[in-house]
Design a protein around this ligand. Structure first.
Ligand code: GDP
Ligand code: IMO
Ligand code: MG
Length: 465
């Protein structure tokens, strides 16, 4: 690997960000951008838009399963591990302790960015972030394969049209977080620059992994080879690896601003999502304190990012799914193909029962409604505002359990569509009345104001008023 090693800044960013961000609560020192559905809501675009007002952008959960697309001056950047704030020079881009880091992916990503002229010197990686190792990716792959062959993990035969297992990104996320909780077989980023510790750990861990994964059909892992591989990557990342807890507290203590960038999304949260079809981390604002060391009480501005319809990649319930012409039209117009795996995203109508639940969990201050332009041209727009249950009762409450959701039938409110293209709108007042009525229904049902409406991927296609 020939990555130019990013050198870490010894001191926080030299130019403090402007005092008053224009979006959300004025004076907020700590803000968060989080997805309120099943991921890919457009978090990357919003983080990029806000980053100019902050001194550091911080990832607190997930790993290379995330794919955040940002378009700057017509150039598209796909970020997986590096916080989207990297695209602004002079910002710290912090990968905090709650993230699981695939060092190979990280180096490839920073090298690719540097080759495109992006200054990656602001990258900082927590020495306590866990390392995704090759055996994690092997296990992820094998678990999905074996569980699919065993009939899939869904209680609904035929539901798993998309592969039978969880439908993971196969980036080793689940096995790495499992090792973090197991403790005795975990490797942290700090170990990558500590040869003696790493050598001893990997001798022990490979013996254990070969005994366990060998039974699943994995090829054996060789301790010396793995140690050499990991130390080489550690060497390239050495200047970025450091404690991030004091770094963030020092920034806040000196009056700087911090923006937390959620990865994955609320309905994929391991505790609060559509379990077991979730990822393995705390994706909501609730994950920020554990994933960074910053107490939740310091987060005073939360922007909940909502796509104007629903999408989901992988398996699990999607109550409003449209496997028909409407779904296909939205998929094509919205370019709904995964940033990380390229898989076609499943598409459905907007589910406000789910969004209201996610807004509650995250304590959102305002909403950012994305990809509204994609809905242009549909005769009718449908929005799920309640579920009808098996016993005939309706509810506007969400139960984060796949089996419960499979039995919930969406109850829709129908609105007239808007035939006009809206990508050139620059204020909410420019939107056709039917598009504004759609936004009003969202605000009313979720009970949270909309601060941003997005009508295209570009920074300019963003309505702030
Ligand atoms: P994230 O994972 O939440 O950051 O979202 P992704 O980047 O995976 O997916 C969102 C996609 O929608 C990206 O390709 C963005 O460039 C694109 N996008 C963001 N906002 C808009 C919008 O308002 N309209 C359209 N058409 N595309 C958008
Ligand atoms: P961003 O940050 C969409 C989904 C996977 C799979 C499940 C578990 O771009 O919004 P994992 O590999 O995490 O064990 O897979 O979670 N998933 C995402 N779907 N966007 C994401 O991230 C996702 N991160 C995980 O497709 O269904
Ligand atoms: Mg994404």
């Amino acid at each position: 690997m020939n990555a130019a090693p990013p050198t870490h800044p010894q001191t926080p960013a030299t130019h403090a960000a402007p005092r008053t961000p224009p979006i959300g609560k004025p004076g907020a020192a700590c803000s968060a951008v989080v997805g309120l559905q099943w991921g890919d809501e457009g978090k990357g675009k919003i983080v990029d838009l806000l980053a100019q007002h902050y001194d550091a952008v911080v990832r607190y959960n997930g790993g290379a399963n995330a794919g955040h697309s940002v378009v700057v001056k017509g150039e598209r950047y796909a970020l997986h591990l590096v916080p989207s704030g990297i695209l602004y020079p002079g910002k710290l881009a912090v990968i905090a302790n709650g993230v699981v880091v695939d060092p190979e992916v990280l180096i490839k990503e920073t090298t690719g960015l540097a080759q495109r002229g992006v200054d990656v010197h602001g990258l900082v990686v927590s020495d306590r972030a866990h390392v995704v190792m090759p055996y994690h990716k092997a296990e992820d792959e094998l678990r999905e394969k074996i569980l699919s062959e065993a009939g899939g993990i869904s209680s609904r035969p035929g539901e798993s049209a998309h592969g039978g297992g969880i439908g993971t990104t196969k980036r080793g996320i689940g096995p790495c977080y499992a090792d973090k909780c197991q403790r005795s077989t975990a490797v942290r980023c700090g170990d990558l620059i500590n040869p003696d510790v790493l050598r001893a750990k990997l001798a022990r861990i490979t013996a254990f992994k070969n005994a366990t994964l060998g039974g699943l059909g994995a090829k054996p892992f060789e301790a010396t080879e793995l140690t050499r591989w990991a130390l080489d990557l550690g060497d390239q990342l050495r200047s970025s690896i450091r404690d991030t807890t004091y770094l963030l507290h020092d920034l806040l203590g000196s009056g700087r601003r911090v923006l937390f960038e959620g990865a994955n999304a609320a309905l994929l949260d391991v505790d609060h999502g559509t379990y077991p079809f979730v990822t393995s981390s705390s994706t909501t604002v609730l994950g920020i304190p554990a994933g960074t060391g910053i107490p939740g009480a310091r987060i005073d501005n939360v922007i909940g990012v909502v796509k104007a319809y629903s999408t989901r990649v992988g398996n699990g319930p999607l109550p409003t799914e449209q496997i028909n012409e409407v779904g296909e039209r939205i998929r094509q117009r919205g370019r709904e193909f995964g940033t990380t795996t390229g898989r076609p995203r499943r598409v459905g109508w907007l589910d406000l029962v789910a969004v209201r639940y996610s807004a509650l969990l995250n304590g959102v201050s305002s909403l950012s409604v994305m990809l509204l332009d994609v809905l242009a041209g549909l005769d009718e727009l449908r929005v799920c505002t309640a579920y009808r249950l098996k016993n005939g009762q309706t509810t506007d409450r969400f139960v984060p359990d796949a089996d419960w959701i499979y039995d919930a039938e969406p109850v829709y409110q129908n609105l007239p569509g808007f035939p006009e293209e809206i990508q050139n709108a620059r204020r909410r007042a420019d939107l056709p009345a039917n598009a504004r009525a759609y936004l009003d229904l969202i605000e009313r049902t979720v009970g949270v104001p909309i601060s941003i409406v997005s009508v295209g991927p570009d920074r300019a296609q963003t309505l702030l008023e």
